[in-house]
Write a protein that binds this ligand. Structure first.
Ligand SMILES: Cc1cc2nc3c(=O)[nH]c(=O)nc-3n(C[C@H](O)[C@H](O)[C@H](O)COP(=O)(O)OP(=O)(O)OC[C@H]3O[C@@H](n4cnc5c(N)ncnc54)[C@H](O)[C@@H]3O)c2cc1C
Length: 395
């Protein structure tokens, strides 16, 4: 007797669920996505000119989106790490890379080191209001003379009685103009090599903190980017974050989460750009045909989809390992490198598929390219990712 289900046809319409996400994540995704589309996306054009207002973070705090994986003791939602991935993905629906970056710096770059290395008092002082959206965070690693070479930073913190005196400068600091506090990387013992760095929590209204300049950028226009100076800034001992002398290791840990979240944002941003362009290719005609029906264009979509899927799987599997307590530095570097490259390649190809329209602001794909381009530089350049990966094999 012939089996009834022996003709299997591919089901391209199936919702492709990944094993790291539960139905609870799906509900969270819907709720964040709805909020982003309704309350953020309509302002994306305006915020390219003005940068996004602080009220975005206040509102996200009210809705509980700024502490998704933070313990309930600090006002968070007590979820797992995948909730942060959901936020990083859904916020791309704002069509604003700058907004996504400003939020990610707050939730996934500056907040994690306070949670991991901070004292109870520091968590109460900074994490609780940050989760509520009442205080804004930024992170200061990069300096005018040292970016990739973190160990080459010059900002000095010198002990003076029971205080520390900080002098130096930081550049390209996201949220630097709006932040209430900075997680600051300093050198405390220039002769101690990697054991000579210390992190501080420095209030941005402390005397001697100068927000010198609003920097102009290729993309990410909705974010604010600051050049900061620290001139004889005095902070108490209680401002030390983590262990004195261990700041280099602390910040290397921070960078892993930052890179993984960056990879998730790249995948989601690339996917949105792909979908938008797919729709365009199904509508636009040339030589009497939909452009998507030219084999060369069809293959471009196939290439893009394959690249996006490879970056997505790499990111999710690495996130699974990270969430399960591993410290997969090699794989995080690979995911960040690959996802950033894919996002830029996809955005570039989407401009090409749009033709002249792709070069026009009104179609928005040029902005995706400009915004995504940062990901091959920020949080560790492609070259640094390759170096980390290469060195991990003992080379
Ligand atoms: C929009 C924006 C937002 C940012 N936000 C923040 C922020 O909030 N906080 C923060 O601290 N930083 C921030 N950054 C800084 C960012 O992380 C650095 O720009 C990045 O790490 C690179 O450092 P650099 O710019 O000093 O480049 P450099 O280190 O000067 O590198 C220049 C070039 O040399 C290459 N290179 C350097 N060393 C090596 C090596 N060993 N092997 C091979 N090639 C090498 C690099 O890959 C790059 O191509 C931001 C940057 C931008 C543009």
């Amino acid at each position: 007797m012939a089996a009834t289900a022996d003709v299997l046809k591919p089901d391209f319409g199936t919702q492709r669920k990944h094993f790291i996400f539960t139905e609870e994540h799906d509900r969270l995704r819907e709720s964040i996505g709805r909020f982003v589309e309704k309350e953020l996306q309509p302002h994306s054009e305006e915020w390219e000119e003005t940068t996004f207002p602080d009220s975005v973070l206040h509102r996200m705090g009210e809705l509980g989106f700024l502490g998704l994986s933070v313990d309930e003791r600090y006002g968070g939602q007590g979820g797992d790490y995948y909730c942060n991935l959901v936020l990083a993905e859904e916020i791309t629906k704002s069509n604003s890379g700058g907004l996504a970056m400003g939020v990610a710096v707050h939730t996934d770059m500056a907040m994690p080191p306070i949670l991991k290395f901070g004292t109870e008092e520091q968590k109460q002082e900074w994490v609780v209001p940050a989760v509520a959206g009442r205080k804004i965070l930024c992170l200061g690693i990069t300096e005018p003379d040292a970016g990739s070479d973190v160990a080459g930073i010059k900002t000095r913190a010198v002990r003076d009685g029971d205080e520390w005196v900080i002098n130096g400068s930081k550049t390209y600091i996201t949220n630097g103009h709006r932040a209430d506090v900075i997680v600051l990387v300093t050198k405390t013992d220039p002769d101690a090599g990697y054991d000579g760095f210390t992190l501080f929590l420095v209030p941005m209204d402390a005397p001697g903190v100068i927000r010198e300049k609003r920097l102009q950028k290729l993309g990410m226009h909705a974010s604010d980017t600051a050049l900061l100076a620290f001139q004889d800034v005095r902070v108490p001992d209680s401002a030390v974050l983590g262990q004195v002398g261990k700041g280099f290791y602390h910040i290397m840990w921070e960078l892993q989460g930052e890179r993984l979240i960056g990879a998730a944002g790249c995948v989601a941003g690339a996917q949105r750009c792909f979908e938008r362009t797919l729709q365009y290719a199904q509508e636009r005609t040339a030589f009497g045909r939909k452009i998507g029906n030219f084999q060369v264009i069809r293959h471009k979509f196939a290439e893009m989809a394959t690249k996006i899927e490879s970056a997505r799987q790499m990111t999710y599997v690495t996130a699974w390992r990270f969430n399960n307590g591993e410290y997969p530095v090699r794989e995080i570097s690979m995911a960040k490198l690959h996802a950033a490259r894919v996002a830029v390649e996809v955005a570039d190809e989407c401009i090409q598929i749009h033709g002249g329209a792709g070069y026009m602001k009104e179609y928005g794909v040029e902005r995706v390219w400009r915004d995504m381009r940062l990901n091959r530089i920020g949080a560790g350049t492609d070259e640094i990712m390759l170096d980390v990966i290469g060195r991990s094999y003992g080379l």
